[in-house]
Design a protein around this ligand. Structure first.
Ligand SMILES: Nc1ncnc2c1ncn2[C@@H]1O[C@H](COP(=O)(O)OP(=O)(O)OP(=O)(O)O)[C@@H](O)[C@H]1O
Ligand SMILES: [Mg+2]
Length: 338
């Protein structure tokens, strides 16, 4: 394989830039121009887990799909940069972007069936990536596929190589997806509620696996979840989205100890206190406004207990501490709120 294509060579070439740097990302509906995501900016460093949280309709999936270059045709990128290894993917042609998927970044979906080929054996799907992306021979790819199946914790791995996706459980299919991402040596992994469809024990195992791989390989992980328990366990930093805008971005301890946005506070107040079944987040009364029907100014204003006249203007994202940002007039430091 060509040395310039290795993950470490790409790291070196990017001069220490974050694995992922999103700058001013704004996406809109093609039909009306209404914004779906507005002015999103954050980084994911090598070895870091960024959790993305927010109620249904906040734009979490659209954010991941935008980074992957997989937005539905009704939505397009209007402004902003998506830098991976320092290279702005938003400037690439669709074919060039496709080439980056798998090589530099990979995505794990809630339902892996949608991403796996239903008529191809699981091991062959991993081996195909090894041949195409890493130039392995058939024999070498078969051996490496087995090794990867073992690494991602697929029991009875040799037999499972020849299983079709529908013959595997949801948890095993998710492990196959992770093996495919590892096969390509993707350094940045986007996971959109990867464990929501799994039972609690399997969910914990998959999250442990992702955590081990992050440490072992220095992966950057962007993990979308509804579950604040998962955030507490997995996140280094947390991005709270509300109605397509950033409400808050903070290290996980700061977010839990000193949440600055009323929306974040409402989310945290919704954490179930007992070991009961995990429900979808319901922050406070009402729902996330629909695209095209956003209130003027702060989008959280109609649901916010602290809303006043200032909130008719869009609150800027300001720093409370060096790495802790929130977009709220009521809690902004004095010098920024006037
Ligand atoms: N194909 C589409 N065309 C137009 N609008 C869409 C499309 N898909 C999603 N949207 C809108 O984009 C907004 C963000 O949706 P998104 O799916 O990113 O939310 P989410 O945070 O992932 O929610 P959930 O927690 O339910 O997965 C929503 O208002 C949604 O209705
Ligand atoms: Mg979603």
């Amino acid at each position: 394989m060509r040395a310039a294509d290795t993950a470490s060579a790409r790291d070196a070439a990017s001069g220490g830039a974050p694995l992922l740097e999103v700058v001013g990302l704004t996406t809109t509906l093609v039909a009306t121009g209404a914004s779906v995501l507005e002015d999103i900016a954050f980084t994911v460093e090598a070895g870091e887990t960024l959790c993305v949280v927010g109620e249904s309709g906040s734009g979490k999936s659209m954010l991941a799909l935008a980074i992957m270059g997989l937005l539905p045709p009704a939505i397009r990128i209007r402004r902003g940069e998506i830098r991976v290894h320092g290279e702005d993917l938003a400037r690439l042609s669709p074919a060039e972007w496709r080439a980056r998927r798998g090589r530099d970044l990979a995505m794990i979906f809630q339902e892996p069936m949608t991403a796996l080929n239903p008529v191809m054996r699981a091991g062959a799907q991993v081996a195909e990536v090894l041949r195409k992306r890493r130039g392995m021979t058939d024999d070498a790819a078969r051996g490496e596929a087995l090794r990867l199946f073992e690494r991602v914790g697929i029991p009875n791995a040799r037999a499972r190589l020849s299983a079709y996706p529908h013959e595997l459980s949801g948890g095993l299919r998710q492990r196959v997806m992770i093996a495919i991402a590892l096969a390509a040596e993707a350094r940045l992994l986007l996971a959109d509620e990867p464990t929501t469809a799994l039972d609690v024990t399997i969910q914990a195992q998959i999250l442990d696996l992702l955590n081990d791989l992050r440490r072992e390989r220095g992966l950057g992980l962007m993990l979308i979840t509804h579950d604040l328990g998962v955030v507490a366990e997995m996140a280094d930093r947390v991005l709270v989205l509300y109605a397509g805008r950033m409400a808050e971005l903070a290290p996980v301890a700061a977010l839990f100890d000193r949440p600055m946005h009323p929306y974040t506070r409402a989310l945290l107040a919704s954490i179930p206190t007992s070991e009961g079944p995990r429900t979808r987040l319901v922050a406070i009364d009402g729902a996330v406004p629909a695209v095209g029907a956003m209130p003027q100014g702060c989008r959280f204003r109609p649901r916010c207990p602290h809303a006043d006249a200032r909130c008719e203007a869009v609150p800027p994202l300001v720093a409370h501490e060096p790495r802790h940002h929130a977009a709220c007039w009521a809690t902004a430091p004095e010098d920024r709120a006037s």
